[in-house]
Design a protein around this ligand. Structure first.
Ligand code: AMP
Length: 287
């Protein structure tokens, strides 16, 4: 397995592969890898086959964090990540630094961003106004550096995956976007690098996110159609029974357009975000 931190070296290798007709599968991550990330690596390998190459990027992208967020505290363990990638059969780990990814930014000379203007306005985009601009910018840059044929994203970040699909279509990136299912802990909590912050009783309280999804599924199965406003109010109450839990949002929407629905039915998409102590967790499900 090769470890590359220079954007020019990564792009050069990708161009060599391209010329030789080698398929490239790509999994962008912020590191502190868990089984969910590794399932994306397996999905990428499945797509490109043994003769293809799988690239994982590990980069905690500063432009997708607001100044008040956890950029400096974001968990990192590159040594462990590299071991996991090696064991998973990754060909290249791309680990650029900030100066490589955003040349000139430290002196105010970086000035190009990619913005998706519709799907990114609601939910995560409403709660974290600069977040998706950072995500689309870094993913567009990574696509230009790694030149993937296929790139795999997690359903865990449902809105992010929808925005990446839209950006890829709108900007004509020749990349097939795959969205892979969410891997969960035994008690339903979606795997996330941020779960490391959940110490002591906070870890138990975090399972209320999964409970809320189950309650919404049950409500839809039982009544066929439920008023979104009523279900939102019930889920807020349920979540906030936990002493350190605070609901940020829960939304019910059309999974294609992300347009809110007034009536929740089978096939409606649900997404929610909550704080447990200081940790912000997100999850989603198709009802
Ligand atoms: P991150 O390192 O959190 O930026 O995530 C990198 C990629 O892994 C994104 O496409 C995420 O959606 C995906 N991912 C994160 N958690 C999970 C999970 N529990 N199951 C599957 N994919 C995940």
């Amino acid at each position: 397995m090769r470890i590359i931190s220079s954007t020019a070296a990564m792009q050069k290798l990708a161009l060599q592969w391209k010329r030789a007709g080698v398929k490239i599968g790509f999994v962008p991550t912020m590191g502190y890898l868990h089984a969910g990330h590794l399932s994306l690596v397996r999905a990428a390998r499945k797509r490109v086959g043994k003769s293809g190459k799988v690239v994982v990027s590990i980069y905690v992208n500063p432009t997708q964090f607001a100044p008040t967020e956890d950029l400096s505290k974001y968990p990192r363990d590159l040594k462990r990540d590299l071991k996991l990638c090696r064991e998973a059969g990754v060909d290249v780990v791309f680990t650029p630094g900030d100066a490589e990814m955003y040349p000139g930014k430290a002196d105010g000379n970086y000035s190009t961003y990619v913005v998706e203007e519709n799907l990114g306005r609601v939910m995560e985009g409403a709660s974290r106004p600069t977040h998706f601009r950072g995500v689309t910018t870094v993913v567009a840059k990574l696509f230009n550096i790694v030149l993937p044929d296929v790139s795999v994203f997690g359903q865990k970040d449902f809105q992010q995956a929808a925005i990446i699909r839209r950006m890829t279509r709108d900007l004509n990136f020749p990349v097939k976007i795959i969205v892979a299912p969410t891997l969960r802990e035994r008690d339903g909590l979606a795997m996330s690098s941020r779960n490391k912050y959940l110490t002591g009783d906070l870890r138990r309280q975090a399972t209320v996110l999964w409970c809320a999804i189950q309650v919404a599924k049950f409500a839809v199965q039982k009544s066929k159609s439920v008023t979104a406003a009523d279900l939102k109010a019930d889920l807020k109450k349920l979540i906030e029974i936990e002493p350190d839990a605070k609901l940020d949002y829960v939304e019910f929407f059309n999974p294609e357009t992300l347009q809110r629905v007034a009536q929740v039915k089978r096939g409606t998409q649900m997404a929610l975000a909550m704080f447990v102590g200081k940790t912000r967790l997100i999850d989603n499900a198709r009802l």
